[in-house]
Design a protein around this ligand. Structure first.
Ligand SMILES: *Cc1c(COP(=O)(O)O)cnc(C)c1O
Length: 727
């Protein structure tokens, strides 16, 4: 159907503009409503700062879905047609994330949009993304820059100077660099609209783009690639680009938020700027000379009232430290005084510790699960009183597969599930035989889709082998007739960043034992792995290589019953296909280093059971075995358990525990399919209402201390009732 514009006013209404630019996918009324709340003098809104935001349009884009479902794909207006093309055919990836932290940020902002909370996100735009991963059988991971085009990517728009279309909006950001004199660097600003599911609200994410010809080389270098670790100075500069850009951006756009939420400490430099502003106001032009330690402490207490801080990991590498000698060169005198007082590293006096600064200057600290709260309190005993748990969640409609969503849509019991994950908790899903059958069929289809995707990939890799120097990463690609997967075979997935504490190779610690148990039970199993190791994480890359190296041995020793496949280029789309297409989701970190973990929650949203170490969210999501299985060490956690050294990673003990458990999982799947389906439905029933970002943001909004209208407040209160993390 082709709709002319006169018969589709709704399409025309989806183009709107304000003084900063034109946008697509929200009506003027919505645009004005959101913008006026973010710029209101009452300051009743929130700025959410994150180094990374993962929200690829290919896995979730309500505007595109609306266009496609309503057949609104053609227009006689060329301007409108180019927007339709952009949304429907444009590149669907925004590679500005590395893993769980960024995707959590994206899921959070989507739920804030769905629940109508006035929030704006701020992050950086990385022209080279994170990195693209090729995998070669002999070499392992090969990483290269990702080039992408923000201008043609749906949901993204460049801002222009107020009232001047064609002139890109620029903000001036102050920096110290090698001298006591401040210099200003310009950044352009993009906005990504995170539109609510029903397109009646949105949360803007402002992405600062420092990659301008006018910018000095150091700023361009630091803005190119997320978590670039080419040098410590680049790393420090990347944090500065984020934290220093916040106040100038707020000023330029007129954003008035009183509360600033730091998603991890990467953006904590904003705290220095908030303090500096206050110092200047209090002490006048001679502030640098007059400033005393007492002033700093007083002002830190005052600024703390504005900050909410979420800490995401007990792993030391996740907390930024910079040598004082290095950081002093890129700071002003006042910054140095503040850092000296508030960013001490207890283990290493020569470094500034940015986690220490974030820990100190805030009104509340949130950890990302109950176990992580206990660990964080132990790691930071001075702040134990203000450290609370808000257990992570995932955005339900982003992560439920199309097939599963269709089943949820058609069930009377789940009426309204897209707006309220709570409906899963009071539904009598178990006894509805129609629902059971439909869910099973959808699961089988998702498994077939995953299997097909992998088989196509194996063929592609063979072609690649003939045409390039890259050796296919999978042993199966080298087999002639038998080198494929079959749908319906028990499929267990593992995909996440390849950090050593996540122990991707744990279950291959004793291949003989694993192969033996499969042969003994006559159980076929497909093991599907994916994930990227940070380019400078050599131990992480070794683990990835080990997975590849295990494939042939496992295949041979299990007489072909076990097939281990690695999918290169892990991203959100692959994640969604895997969490819905597998029969079980494996999580094998060293307890208690996985503070939360979210991929397992994505599996749960599809009813897929977890097979997991008792760490992070699974301590809360396990429900005495009703929703899946546990293995490995689960005793008390001591200081020594925080270690990541190879000999403290408990491979032998925890893998043995897995081999003892695994037959039970397989027996249930192959011999008691009804019981397996019960476990799946228990996940929907018990875990969907808890581990979703609607409930999570409802808990955060209480910390934000906003005045909200009654309707919004009631909606949030309903979600809060689903679960209380702080128990
Ligand atoms: C969900 C997700 C992650 C995080 O997984 P964890 O289990 O939290 O480690 C990482 N990468 C991608 C692409 C994801 O979708």
């Amino acid at each position: 159907m082709t709709l002319s514009d006169s018969t589709s006013p709704s399409l025309q209404q989806l183009i709107c503009s304000n003084k900063f630019g034109s946008f697509f996918g929200v009506t003027r009324e919505t645009l004005d409503k959101v913008w006026s709340r973010l710029t209101d003098p009452s300051r009743n809104s929130v700025i959410y700062i994150s180094m990374e935001i993962g929200a690829d349009p290919d896995v979730y884009n309500p505007v595109r879905d609306f266009l496609v479902e309503n057949d609104l794909t053609f227009s006689s207006d060329p301007a409108l047609q180019s927007l339709l093309d952009k949304y429907i055919q444009g590149p669907q990836k925004i590679p500005n994330y590395s893993g769980g932290l960024g995707i959590l940020a994206g899921d959070t902002l989507k739920s804030l949009a769905d629940t109508h909370v006035p929030v704006a996100g701020i992050s950086l735009l990385y022209r080279e993304g994170y990195f693209s991963q090729l995998v070669d059988f002999k070499v392992g991971q090969i990483d290269h820059a990702t080039f992408w085009k923000p201008a043609v990517t749906p949901t993204l728009f460049p801002l222009h100077e107020p009232g001047q279309p064609g002139t890109p909006l620029e903000i001036s950001v102050p920096f110290f660099n090698g001298s006591e004199k401040e210099t200003e660097i310009n950044a352009r600003v993009w906005v990504k609209l995170e539109t609510s599911g029903s397109m009646d609200y949105f949360v803007p994410e402002f992405l600062l783009d420092y990659n301008l010809p006018s910018a000095p080389e150091w700023a361009r270098e630091a803005s190119k690639q997320l978590y670039s670790a080419k040098s410590n100075i680049i790393k420090a500069n990347q944090r500065r680009l984020l934290g220093s850009g916040v106040l100038p951006l707020m000023q330029k756009l007129g954003l008035t938020a009183r509360t600033i939420h730091l998603n991890e400490q990467h953006g904590v430099v904003v705290t220095l700027h908030l303090m500096l502003r206050e110092i200047k106001a209090r002490l006048g032009s001679d502030y640098a000379e007059l400033l005393t330690d007492k002033d700093i402490k007083d002002i830190a207490d005052k600024v703390a009232e504005q900050l909410v801080y979420t800490i995401h990991t007990p792993v030391k590498a996740g907390h930024d430290r910079f040598a004082r000698s290095l950081y002093d060169q890129i700071s002003g005198k006042v910054d140095r005084k503040i850092l000296n007082l508030l960013a001490n590293d207890e283990d290493s006096p020569d470094e500034y510790n940015f986690t220490a600064l974030a820990m100190q200057v805030n009104r509340t600290v949130n950890s990302v699960s109950r176990l992580h709260r206990d660990v964080t309190r132990r790691q930071f005993p001075r702040f134990a009183d203000k450290i609370n748990a808000i257990t992570n969640g995932v955005h339900l409609t982003t992560w439920a597969s199309k097939n599963r969503s269709r089943v949820f849509d058609s069930s009377q019991l789940l009426n309204g599930w897209r707006d309220d994950p709570g409906v899963f908790s009071h539904a009598r899903l178990h006894t509805d035989s129609g629902f059971r059958q439909q869910l099973l069929t959808a699961w089988q289809e998702d498994n077939r889709k995953l299997t097909e995707h992998i088989n196509n990939m194996l063929i592609q890799h063979r072609i690649q082998m003939a045409e390039t120097w890259i050796e296919p990463p999978n042993y199966l690609s080298y087999l002639k007739d038998d080198g494929f997967l079959e749908p319906g075979v028990f499929t267990i997935g593992f995909a996440r960043r390849f950090s050593t504490y996540k122990r991707a190779d744990l279950i291959f610690d004793d291949i003989d034992a694993l192969a033996e148990l499969l042969v003994a039970g006559n159980w076929r199993v497909n093991f599907i792995f994916a994930g990227k190791a940070h380019p400078s994480d050599e131990p992480g890359k070794s683990v990835l290589k080990l997975i590849l190296n295990n494939q042939e041995e496992l295949f041979t020793k299990s007489k072909g019953m076990a097939r281990l496949v690695f999918i290169p280029g892990y991203d959100m789309a692959i994640a969604k296909m895997m969490v819905s297409g597998c029969h079980a989701w494996l999580n094998s970190p060293k307890r208690p280093l996985e503070a939360s973990g979210t991929s397992g929650m994505k599996a749960a949203m599809n009813g897929v059971p977890n097979v997991s170490v008792m760490d992070g969210w699974w301590v809360e999501g396990y429900h005495n075995g009703k929703t899946g299985w546990k293995f490995g060490y689960e005793g008390p956690v001591a200081e020594a358990d925080m270690s990541e050294t190879p000999d403290s990673l408990l491979y032998e003990e925890d893998s043995l525990s897995f081999y003892q458990l695994f037959p039970e999982v397989l027996r249930t799947f192959y011999a008691q399919p009804d019981q397996f389906l019960d476990i799946a439905i228990n996940n929907l029933h018990l875990n969907v209402p808890i581990f979703n970002t609607h409930r999570m943001v409802a808990e955060y909004v209480r910390k934000y201390e906003l005045q909200l209208d009654r309707e919004t407040e009631e909606r949030l209160e309903r979600f809060r009732k689903l679960y209380q993390s702080e128990m």
